[in-house]
Design a protein around this ligand. Structure first.
Ligand code: NDP
Length: 484
Protein backbone atom coordinates (compact mmCIF):
# COMPACT_ATOMS: atom_id res chain seq x y z
CA UNK A 1 0.00 0.00 0.00
CA UNK A 2 1.35 3.45 -0.93
CA UNK A 3 2.47 5.49 2.05
CA UNK A 4 0.68 8.82 2.44
CA UNK A 5 2.85 11.94 2.74
CA UNK A 6 1.57 13.46 6.00
CA UNK A 7 4.66 14.47 7.98
CA UNK A 8 6.17 17.98 7.76
CA UNK A 9 9.44 16.86 9.36
CA UNK A 10 11.27 13.59 9.90
CA UNK A 11 13.91 12.37 12.34
CA UNK A 12 16.43 9.65 11.52
CA UNK A 13 18.32 8.17 14.47
CA UNK A 14 16.21 7.69 17.55
CA UNK A 15 18.75 7.25 20.34
CA UNK A 16 18.74 9.70 23.26
CA UNK A 17 19.05 12.91 21.20
CA UNK A 18 16.92 11.95 18.21
CA UNK A 19 14.00 10.57 20.18
CA UNK A 20 13.89 13.63 22.44
CA UNK A 21 14.07 15.97 19.45
CA UNK A 22 11.27 14.01 17.75
CA UNK A 23 9.14 14.27 20.90
CA UNK A 24 9.81 18.00 21.16
CA UNK A 25 8.78 18.43 17.51
CA UNK A 26 5.60 16.42 18.02
CA UNK A 27 4.71 18.34 21.18
CA UNK A 28 4.86 21.56 19.17
CA UNK A 29 2.35 20.58 16.55
CA UNK A 30 4.63 19.02 13.95
CA UNK A 31 3.77 15.70 12.34
CA UNK A 32 6.99 13.76 12.74
CA UNK A 33 8.15 10.93 10.51
CA UNK A 34 10.40 8.47 12.35
CA UNK A 35 13.13 6.10 11.21
CA UNK A 36 15.91 4.25 12.98
CA UNK A 37 18.24 1.57 11.57
CA UNK A 38 17.05 -0.91 14.21
CA UNK A 39 13.28 -0.64 14.27
CA UNK A 40 13.07 -1.47 18.00
CA UNK A 41 14.00 2.13 18.90
CA UNK A 42 11.22 3.48 16.66
CA UNK A 43 8.69 1.09 18.22
CA UNK A 44 9.82 1.98 21.74
CA UNK A 45 9.44 5.71 21.07
CA UNK A 46 5.92 5.32 19.72
CA UNK A 47 4.98 2.88 22.50
CA UNK A 48 6.26 5.03 25.35
CA UNK A 49 5.66 8.54 24.02
CA UNK A 50 3.05 8.22 21.29
CA UNK A 51 0.86 10.60 23.32
CA UNK A 52 3.30 13.47 22.75
CA UNK A 53 1.78 14.19 19.33
CA UNK A 54 1.59 12.98 15.74
CA UNK A 55 4.23 10.39 14.81
CA UNK A 56 4.52 8.50 11.52
CA UNK A 57 6.88 5.55 12.12
CA UNK A 58 8.55 3.71 9.24
CA UNK A 59 10.61 0.55 9.10
CA UNK A 60 12.42 1.46 5.87
CA UNK A 61 14.09 4.58 4.48
CA UNK A 62 11.83 4.39 1.42
CA UNK A 63 8.67 4.49 3.54
CA UNK A 64 10.14 7.20 5.76
CA UNK A 65 10.84 9.43 2.76
CA UNK A 66 7.43 8.67 1.26
CA UNK A 67 5.75 9.74 4.51
CA UNK A 68 7.21 13.27 4.23
CA UNK A 69 5.43 16.23 2.60
CA UNK A 70 7.45 18.32 0.09
CA UNK A 71 9.92 19.81 0.40
CA UNK A 72 10.81 16.70 2.38
CA UNK A 73 12.79 17.71 5.44
CA UNK A 74 14.65 15.19 7.58
CA UNK A 75 16.88 15.73 10.60
CA UNK A 76 19.62 13.14 11.11
CA UNK A 77 20.65 12.42 14.72
CA UNK A 78 23.06 9.51 14.38
CA UNK A 79 26.64 8.88 15.41
CA UNK A 80 29.01 11.47 13.94
CA UNK A 81 31.47 10.41 11.20
CA UNK A 82 30.94 7.43 8.89
CA UNK A 83 27.40 6.59 10.15
CA UNK A 84 26.30 10.16 9.35
CA UNK A 85 27.76 9.89 5.82
CA UNK A 86 26.00 6.55 5.32
CA UNK A 87 22.61 7.92 6.39
CA UNK A 88 23.01 11.11 4.32
CA UNK A 89 23.67 9.01 1.21
CA UNK A 90 20.77 6.69 1.89
CA UNK A 91 18.41 9.66 2.27
CA UNK A 92 19.81 11.52 -0.72
CA UNK A 93 19.26 8.43 -2.89
CA UNK A 94 15.61 8.30 -1.86
CA UNK A 95 14.89 12.06 -1.93
CA UNK A 96 14.29 14.47 -4.82
CA UNK A 97 15.67 17.91 -5.77
CA UNK A 98 14.53 20.65 -3.38
CA UNK A 99 14.36 18.30 -0.38
CA UNK A 100 16.33 19.16 2.77
CA UNK A 101 18.68 16.95 4.75
CA UNK A 102 19.64 18.33 8.16
CA UNK A 103 22.55 16.92 10.15
CA UNK A 104 21.86 17.69 13.82
CA UNK A 105 24.83 15.64 15.07
CA UNK A 106 28.12 17.00 16.33
CA UNK A 107 29.84 17.00 12.95
CA UNK A 108 33.14 18.70 12.19
CA UNK A 109 32.36 21.84 10.15
CA UNK A 110 34.79 20.91 7.35
CA UNK A 111 32.82 17.66 6.92
CA UNK A 112 29.66 19.74 6.74
CA UNK A 113 31.19 21.98 4.05
CA UNK A 114 32.18 18.85 2.08
CA UNK A 115 28.77 17.21 2.48
CA UNK A 116 26.88 20.39 1.60
CA UNK A 117 28.82 20.69 -1.64
CA UNK A 118 28.17 17.06 -2.60
CA UNK A 119 24.48 17.17 -1.72
CA UNK A 120 23.96 20.53 -3.47
CA UNK A 121 25.42 18.99 -6.61
CA UNK A 122 22.54 16.51 -6.45
CA UNK A 123 19.98 19.34 -6.27
CA UNK A 124 19.15 18.83 -2.58
CA UNK A 125 19.74 21.14 0.38
CA UNK A 126 22.08 20.12 3.16
CA UNK A 127 22.00 21.89 6.50
CA UNK A 128 24.56 21.30 9.26
CA UNK A 129 22.75 22.29 12.44
CA UNK A 130 24.46 22.65 15.81
CA UNK A 131 22.21 21.37 18.59
CA UNK A 132 23.16 22.34 22.12
CA UNK A 133 21.71 21.48 25.48
CA UNK A 134 22.15 17.71 25.58
CA UNK A 135 19.25 15.32 25.96
CA UNK A 136 17.30 17.61 28.25
CA UNK A 137 17.63 20.49 25.79
CA UNK A 138 16.58 18.31 22.86
CA UNK A 139 13.34 17.49 24.70
CA UNK A 140 12.51 20.82 26.31
CA UNK A 141 14.17 23.38 24.06
CA UNK A 142 17.70 23.39 22.66
CA UNK A 143 19.77 26.24 21.31
CA UNK A 144 19.94 25.63 17.57
CA UNK A 145 22.62 26.77 15.15
CA UNK A 146 21.64 25.91 11.57
CA UNK A 147 23.83 26.61 8.55
CA UNK A 148 22.85 25.97 4.93
CA UNK A 149 21.11 28.06 2.30
CA UNK A 150 18.62 30.88 2.84
CA UNK A 151 16.14 28.83 0.84
CA UNK A 152 16.36 25.84 3.19
CA UNK A 153 16.04 28.21 6.17
CA UNK A 154 12.67 29.39 4.83
CA UNK A 155 11.28 25.87 5.26
CA UNK A 156 13.33 24.86 8.26
CA UNK A 157 13.18 28.13 10.21
CA UNK A 158 9.55 27.84 11.44
CA UNK A 159 10.05 24.16 12.35
CA UNK A 160 13.24 24.83 14.36
CA UNK A 161 11.70 27.92 15.92
CA UNK A 162 8.81 25.79 17.18
CA UNK A 163 11.14 23.62 19.29
CA UNK A 164 13.98 25.95 20.30
CA UNK A 165 14.47 27.19 23.85
CA UNK A 166 13.04 30.62 24.53
CA UNK A 167 15.14 33.26 26.28
CA UNK A 168 13.52 36.55 27.23
CA UNK A 169 10.72 35.93 24.78
CA UNK A 170 13.02 35.13 21.83
CA UNK A 171 13.58 31.67 20.31
CA UNK A 172 17.18 30.46 20.62
CA UNK A 173 17.67 29.81 16.92
CA UNK A 174 18.95 31.88 14.04
CA UNK A 175 20.23 31.13 10.55
CA UNK A 176 23.97 31.29 11.22
CA UNK A 177 25.24 31.29 7.63
CA UNK A 178 25.89 29.12 4.60
CA UNK A 179 27.17 25.50 4.55
CA UNK A 180 29.31 24.74 7.65
CA UNK A 181 28.68 28.00 9.55
CA UNK A 182 26.25 26.39 12.02
CA UNK A 183 28.57 23.56 12.98
CA UNK A 184 31.50 26.01 13.20
CA UNK A 185 29.62 28.20 15.68
CA UNK A 186 28.50 25.13 17.65
CA UNK A 187 32.14 23.99 17.80
CA UNK A 188 33.27 27.35 19.22
CA UNK A 189 30.33 27.27 21.64
CA UNK A 190 31.73 24.01 22.97
CA UNK A 191 35.24 25.48 23.16
CA UNK A 192 33.92 28.36 25.25
CA UNK A 193 32.09 25.81 27.40
CA UNK A 194 35.44 24.08 28.07
CA UNK A 195 36.98 27.40 29.14
CA UNK A 196 34.00 28.29 31.35
CA UNK A 197 34.19 24.91 33.08
CA UNK A 198 37.96 25.08 33.56
CA UNK A 199 37.72 28.58 35.08
CA UNK A 200 35.08 27.35 37.51
CA UNK A 201 37.24 24.33 38.34
CA UNK A 202 40.26 26.57 39.03
CA UNK A 203 38.11 28.75 41.32
CA UNK A 204 37.00 25.62 43.14
CA UNK A 205 40.58 24.36 43.49
CA UNK A 206 41.75 27.69 44.92
CA UNK A 207 39.08 27.40 47.60
CA UNK A 208 39.33 23.64 48.17
CA UNK A 209 43.07 23.15 48.34
CA UNK A 210 44.18 26.76 48.54
CA UNK A 211 41.90 27.84 51.37
CA UNK A 212 41.08 24.38 52.77
CA UNK A 213 37.31 24.84 52.42
CA UNK A 214 34.82 21.95 52.33
CA UNK A 215 32.90 21.26 49.08
CA UNK A 216 29.51 22.20 50.58
CA UNK A 217 30.94 25.50 51.80
CA UNK A 218 32.30 26.17 48.32
CA UNK A 219 28.90 25.17 46.92
CA UNK A 220 27.41 27.97 49.05
CA UNK A 221 29.92 30.41 47.54
CA UNK A 222 28.95 29.39 43.99
CA UNK A 223 25.25 29.62 44.88
CA UNK A 224 25.87 33.19 46.09
CA UNK A 225 27.90 33.99 42.96
CA UNK A 226 24.93 32.91 40.90
CA UNK A 227 23.22 36.06 42.17
CA UNK A 228 25.96 38.25 40.63
CA UNK A 229 27.06 38.99 37.06
CA UNK A 230 28.35 35.38 36.98
CA UNK A 231 24.76 34.12 36.95
CA UNK A 232 24.70 31.12 34.61
CA UNK A 233 23.66 27.51 34.23
CA UNK A 234 27.23 26.26 34.81
CA UNK A 235 27.63 28.22 38.07
CA UNK A 236 24.22 26.97 39.22
CA UNK A 237 24.99 23.30 38.57
CA UNK A 238 28.45 23.69 40.13
CA UNK A 239 26.75 24.63 43.41
CA UNK A 240 24.50 21.56 43.09
CA UNK A 241 27.39 19.20 42.34
CA UNK A 242 29.39 20.53 45.31
CA UNK A 243 26.44 20.09 47.68
CA UNK A 244 25.90 16.48 46.60
CA UNK A 245 26.78 13.80 49.17
CA UNK A 246 27.83 10.30 48.09
CA UNK A 247 25.24 7.82 49.33
CA UNK A 248 27.72 4.95 49.66
CA UNK A 249 30.37 6.72 51.73
CA UNK A 250 28.66 9.81 53.14
CA UNK A 251 31.49 11.90 51.69
CA UNK A 252 31.06 14.87 49.35
CA UNK A 253 30.43 13.30 45.93
CA UNK A 254 33.09 15.47 44.28
CA UNK A 255 35.70 13.89 46.58
CA UNK A 256 34.92 10.37 45.34
CA UNK A 257 34.82 11.21 41.63
CA UNK A 258 38.03 10.24 39.78
CA UNK A 259 39.80 13.42 38.70
CA UNK A 260 40.17 12.60 35.00
CA UNK A 261 38.12 14.93 32.80
CA UNK A 262 36.91 13.30 29.59
CA UNK A 263 36.29 14.94 26.25
CA UNK A 264 34.62 14.06 22.98
CA UNK A 265 36.64 16.27 20.65
CA UNK A 266 34.82 19.54 20.00
CA UNK A 267 37.19 21.46 22.32
CA UNK A 268 40.15 20.00 20.46
CA UNK A 269 38.58 20.98 17.11
CA UNK A 270 38.09 24.54 18.38
CA UNK A 271 41.77 24.82 19.24
CA UNK A 272 43.00 23.08 16.09
CA UNK A 273 40.87 25.39 13.97
CA UNK A 274 42.04 28.43 15.89
CA UNK A 275 45.66 27.40 15.28
CA UNK A 276 44.95 27.07 11.56
CA UNK A 277 43.26 30.47 11.50
CA UNK A 278 46.01 32.04 13.64
CA UNK A 279 43.62 33.12 16.40
CA UNK A 280 44.99 32.95 19.97
CA UNK A 281 42.27 31.18 21.95
CA UNK A 282 44.55 30.70 24.94
CA UNK A 283 41.84 30.21 27.57
CA UNK A 284 40.10 27.51 25.54
CA UNK A 285 43.41 25.84 24.67
CA UNK A 286 44.50 25.71 28.32
CA UNK A 287 41.12 24.24 29.22
CA UNK A 288 41.61 21.45 26.69
CA UNK A 289 45.20 20.85 27.82
CA UNK A 290 44.12 20.82 31.47
CA UNK A 291 41.68 17.99 30.70
CA UNK A 292 44.52 16.23 28.89
CA UNK A 293 46.84 16.57 31.89
CA UNK A 294 44.13 15.35 34.25
CA UNK A 295 43.90 12.12 32.26
CA UNK A 296 47.68 11.49 32.00
CA UNK A 297 47.50 8.76 34.57
CA UNK A 298 51.02 7.42 34.01
CA UNK A 299 52.79 10.76 34.26
CA UNK A 300 50.71 11.94 37.22
CA UNK A 301 51.27 8.66 39.03
CA UNK A 302 55.01 8.86 38.43
CA UNK A 303 55.08 12.48 39.61
CA UNK A 304 53.27 11.58 42.81
CA UNK A 305 55.69 8.70 43.40
CA UNK A 306 58.73 10.85 42.65
CA UNK A 307 57.43 13.59 44.94
CA UNK A 308 58.31 16.44 42.58
CA UNK A 309 59.22 19.41 44.72
CA UNK A 310 57.12 22.58 45.14
CA UNK A 311 54.84 24.45 47.53
CA UNK A 312 52.03 22.51 49.19
CA UNK A 313 49.15 23.96 47.12
CA UNK A 314 48.00 26.31 49.88
CA UNK A 315 47.28 30.01 49.60
CA UNK A 316 49.12 32.10 52.13
CA UNK A 317 46.04 33.77 53.59
CA UNK A 318 45.03 34.62 57.17
CA UNK A 319 41.55 33.63 58.38
CA UNK A 320 40.64 37.33 58.51
CA UNK A 321 41.46 37.74 54.81
CA UNK A 322 39.66 34.65 53.57
CA UNK A 323 36.49 36.38 52.43
CA UNK A 324 38.50 39.03 50.60
CA UNK A 325 40.39 36.28 48.75
CA UNK A 326 37.13 34.58 47.78
CA UNK A 327 35.95 37.91 46.40
CA UNK A 328 39.23 38.21 44.47
CA UNK A 329 38.62 34.76 42.98
CA UNK A 330 35.17 35.83 41.85
CA UNK A 331 36.63 38.85 40.08
CA UNK A 332 39.38 36.71 38.51
CA UNK A 333 36.77 34.27 37.26
CA UNK A 334 34.70 37.02 35.71
CA UNK A 335 37.63 38.76 33.99
CA UNK A 336 38.99 35.45 32.65
CA UNK A 337 35.53 34.53 31.41
CA UNK A 338 35.30 37.79 29.49
CA UNK A 339 38.66 36.97 27.85
CA UNK A 340 37.50 33.44 26.95
CA UNK A 341 34.37 34.81 25.26
CA UNK A 342 36.36 37.54 23.51
CA UNK A 343 38.67 34.84 22.15
CA UNK A 344 35.82 32.56 21.11
CA UNK A 345 34.04 35.35 19.24
CA UNK A 346 37.36 36.31 17.69
CA UNK A 347 37.57 32.79 16.30
CA UNK A 348 34.05 33.07 14.88
CA UNK A 349 34.96 36.42 13.26
CA UNK A 350 38.09 34.88 11.71
CA UNK A 351 36.23 31.76 10.58
CA UNK A 352 33.53 33.92 8.97
CA UNK A 353 36.19 35.84 7.07
CA UNK A 354 38.04 32.70 5.99
CA UNK A 355 34.96 30.77 4.85
CA UNK A 356 32.90 33.70 3.55
CA UNK A 357 30.10 33.55 6.11
CA UNK A 358 28.07 36.57 7.10
CA UNK A 359 27.59 35.80 10.80
CA UNK A 360 25.62 38.12 13.07
CA UNK A 361 27.58 37.86 16.33
CA UNK A 362 24.90 39.67 18.35
CA UNK A 363 22.38 37.05 17.19
CA UNK A 364 24.80 34.25 18.12
CA UNK A 365 25.11 35.65 21.65
CA UNK A 366 21.31 35.91 21.86
CA UNK A 367 20.65 32.30 20.88
CA UNK A 368 23.15 31.12 23.51
CA UNK A 369 21.08 32.76 26.28
CA UNK A 370 18.82 29.73 26.57
CA UNK A 371 18.83 25.99 25.98
CA UNK A 372 22.60 25.52 25.86
CA UNK A 373 25.25 24.73 28.44
CA UNK A 374 26.84 28.20 28.48
CA UNK A 375 23.50 29.98 28.89
CA UNK A 376 23.99 33.03 31.06
CA UNK A 377 22.72 36.52 31.84
CA UNK A 378 26.10 37.79 30.69
CA UNK A 379 25.19 36.99 27.07
CA UNK A 380 22.69 39.86 27.06
CA UNK A 381 25.50 42.36 27.44
CA UNK A 382 27.67 40.43 24.97
CA UNK A 383 24.86 40.70 22.46
CA UNK A 384 24.42 44.43 23.14
CA UNK A 385 28.15 44.98 22.64
CA UNK A 386 28.07 43.38 19.18
CA UNK A 387 24.78 45.03 18.27
CA UNK A 388 26.14 48.51 18.99
CA UNK A 389 29.38 47.93 17.08
CA UNK A 390 31.40 48.43 20.29
CA UNK A 391 32.89 44.96 19.97
CA UNK A 392 33.76 45.07 16.27
CA UNK A 393 37.45 44.55 17.02
CA UNK A 394 37.15 42.62 20.28
CA UNK A 395 34.66 42.20 23.08
CA UNK A 396 37.37 43.56 25.37
CA UNK A 397 36.99 47.04 23.84
CA UNK A 398 33.25 47.37 24.47
CA UNK A 399 32.87 49.95 27.28
CA UNK A 400 30.89 47.57 29.50
CA UNK A 401 33.59 44.89 29.40
CA UNK A 402 36.47 47.35 29.55
CA UNK A 403 35.04 48.64 32.80
CA UNK A 404 34.39 45.13 34.11
CA UNK A 405 37.98 44.03 33.45
CA UNK A 406 39.28 47.30 34.81
CA UNK A 407 37.42 46.76 38.06
CA UNK A 408 38.40 43.09 38.30
CA UNK A 409 42.01 43.21 37.34
CA UNK A 410 43.72 43.98 40.65
CA UNK A 411 41.97 40.96 42.13
CA UNK A 412 42.78 38.90 39.03
CA UNK A 413 46.50 39.69 39.34
CA UNK A 414 46.51 38.96 43.09
CA UNK A 415 44.84 35.59 42.56
CA UNK A 416 47.26 34.51 39.81
CA UNK A 417 50.29 35.70 41.83
CA UNK A 418 49.12 33.95 45.02
CA UNK A 419 48.28 30.76 43.12
CA UNK A 420 51.72 30.66 41.48
CA UNK A 421 53.41 31.28 44.84
CA UNK A 422 51.31 28.60 46.49
CA UNK A 423 51.90 26.00 43.78
CA UNK A 424 48.28 25.83 42.62
CA UNK A 425 47.83 25.44 38.85
CA UNK A 426 45.58 28.10 37.33
CA UNK A 427 46.33 27.70 33.61
CA UNK A 428 43.14 29.34 32.34
CA UNK A 429 43.27 32.26 34.81
CA UNK A 430 46.93 32.96 34.10
CA UNK A 431 46.82 32.48 30.32
CA UNK A 432 43.80 34.78 30.07
CA UNK A 433 45.64 37.42 32.06
CA UNK A 434 48.75 36.98 29.90
CA UNK A 435 46.60 37.38 26.78
CA UNK A 436 45.09 40.56 28.18
CA UNK A 437 48.50 41.99 29.05
CA UNK A 438 49.87 40.94 25.66
CA UNK A 439 46.98 42.61 23.88
CA UNK A 440 47.47 45.91 25.70
CA UNK A 441 51.27 45.92 25.32
CA UNK A 442 52.28 48.65 22.93
CA UNK A 443 55.36 46.68 22.02
CA UNK A 444 55.89 42.95 22.27
CA UNK A 445 59.09 40.90 22.38
CA UNK A 446 58.05 39.54 18.98
CA UNK A 447 60.57 42.07 17.61
CA UNK A 448 63.35 39.90 19.05
CA UNK A 449 61.77 36.76 17.60
CA UNK A 450 61.77 38.38 14.15
CA UNK A 451 65.44 39.23 14.65
CA UNK A 452 66.19 35.61 15.55
CA UNK A 453 64.19 34.36 12.56
CA UNK A 454 66.08 36.65 10.25
CA UNK A 455 69.39 35.51 11.79
CA UNK A 456 68.92 31.78 11.29
CA UNK A 457 66.51 31.66 8.38
CA UNK A 458 66.72 34.98 6.50
CA UNK A 459 62.98 35.37 7.12
CA UNK A 460 63.31 39.20 6.94
CA UNK A 461 61.73 41.81 9.22
CA UNK A 462 59.81 45.05 8.93
CA UNK A 463 61.18 48.28 10.39
CA UNK A 464 59.29 50.68 12.65
CA UNK A 465 60.63 53.71 10.77
CA UNK A 466 60.03 52.84 7.10
CA UNK A 467 58.03 50.41 4.98
CA UNK A 468 59.49 47.32 3.29
CA UNK A 469 61.03 43.98 4.19
CA UNK A 470 64.64 43.93 5.39
CA UNK A 471 67.33 41.37 5.98
CA UNK A 472 70.55 41.77 7.90
CA UNK A 473 73.57 39.96 6.39
CA UNK A 474 74.45 38.52 9.79
CA UNK A 475 77.55 36.63 8.66
CA UNK A 476 79.19 39.55 6.87
CA UNK A 477 81.52 42.02 8.54
CA UNK A 478 79.59 45.07 9.69
CA UNK A 479 76.30 43.16 9.34
CA UNK A 480 74.91 45.30 6.49
CA UNK A 481 71.15 45.55 6.10
CA UNK A 482 69.60 44.96 2.69
CA UNK A 483 66.09 45.47 1.43
CA UNK A 484 64.63 42.06 0.69
P1 NDP B 1 24.63 8.19 19.42
O1 NDP B 1 25.70 9.15 19.04
O2 NDP B 1 24.91 7.20 20.49
O3 NDP B 1 24.18 7.40 18.10
C1 NDP B 1 23.21 6.38 18.13
C2 NDP B 1 22.30 6.47 16.93
O4 NDP B 1 23.06 6.38 15.72
C3 NDP B 1 21.30 5.33 16.89
O5 NDP B 1 20.09 5.81 16.40
C4 NDP B 1 21.97 4.37 15.93
O6 NDP B 1 21.08 3.48 15.31
C5 NDP B 1 22.52 5.32 14.92
N1 NDP B 1 23.57 4.73 14.10
C6 NDP B 1 24.82 4.40 14.47
N2 NDP B 1 25.50 3.90 13.44
C7 NDP B 1 24.66 3.91 12.37
C8 NDP B 1 24.77 3.53 11.01
N3 NDP B 1 25.93 3.05 10.53
N4 NDP B 1 23.69 3.68 10.22
C9 NDP B 1 22.54 4.18 10.69
N5 NDP B 1 22.37 4.57 11.96
C10 NDP B 1 23.42 4.44 12.80
O7 NDP B 1 23.26 8.95 19.78
P2 NDP B 1 22.99 10.31 20.54
O8 NDP B 1 21.51 10.40 20.55
O9 NDP B 1 23.73 10.44 21.81
O10 NDP B 1 23.59 11.45 19.57
C11 NDP B 1 23.17 11.58 18.23
C12 NDP B 1 23.98 12.69 17.58
O11 NDP B 1 23.76 13.91 18.28
C13 NDP B 1 25.50 12.47 17.61
O12 NDP B 1 26.08 12.97 16.42
C14 NDP B 1 25.96 13.31 18.77
O13 NDP B 1 27.31 13.73 18.65
C15 NDP B 1 25.00 14.49 18.67
N6 NDP B 1 24.78 15.25 19.90
C16 NDP B 1 24.72 14.63 21.08
C17 NDP B 1 24.52 15.36 22.24
C18 NDP B 1 24.39 14.66 23.54
O14 NDP B 1 24.33 15.36 24.56
N7 NDP B 1 24.36 13.34 23.57
C19 NDP B 1 24.37 16.82 22.21
C20 NDP B 1 24.36 17.37 20.89
C21 NDP B 1 24.59 16.59 19.78
P3 NDP B 1 20.79 2.02 15.95
O15 NDP B 1 19.80 2.24 17.03
O16 NDP B 1 20.23 1.26 14.82
O17 NDP B 1 22.10 1.49 16.45
Amino acid sequence: MAVEATANIGVVGLAAMGSNLARNLARHGNTVALYNRHVERTEKLVREHGDDGEFVPSATVADFVASLKRPRTAIIMVKAGAPTDAVINELADAMEPGDIIVDGGNSYFEDTIRREKAIRARGLHFVGCGVSGGEEGALNGPSLMPGGTEESWRTLGPILTSIAAVAEGEPCVTHIGENGAGHFVKMVHNGIEYADMQLIAESYDLMRRGLGMEPAEIGDVFAAWNGTELNSYLIEITADVLHEVDKATGRPLVDVIVDHAGMKGTGTWTVQTALTLGVPVTGIAEAVFARGLSSQTVQRGAAAKAGLSGPQARLDVSAADRDAVIEDIRHALYASKIVAYAQGFDEIMSGAKEYGWNIDLAAVARIWRGGCIIRAQFLNVVSDAFESGDADVSLLFAPYFRKAVDEAQESWRRVVAKAVEGGLPVPAFSSSLAYYDGLRSGRLPAALIQGQRDFFGAHTYGRVDRPGAFHTLWAEPGRPEVEA
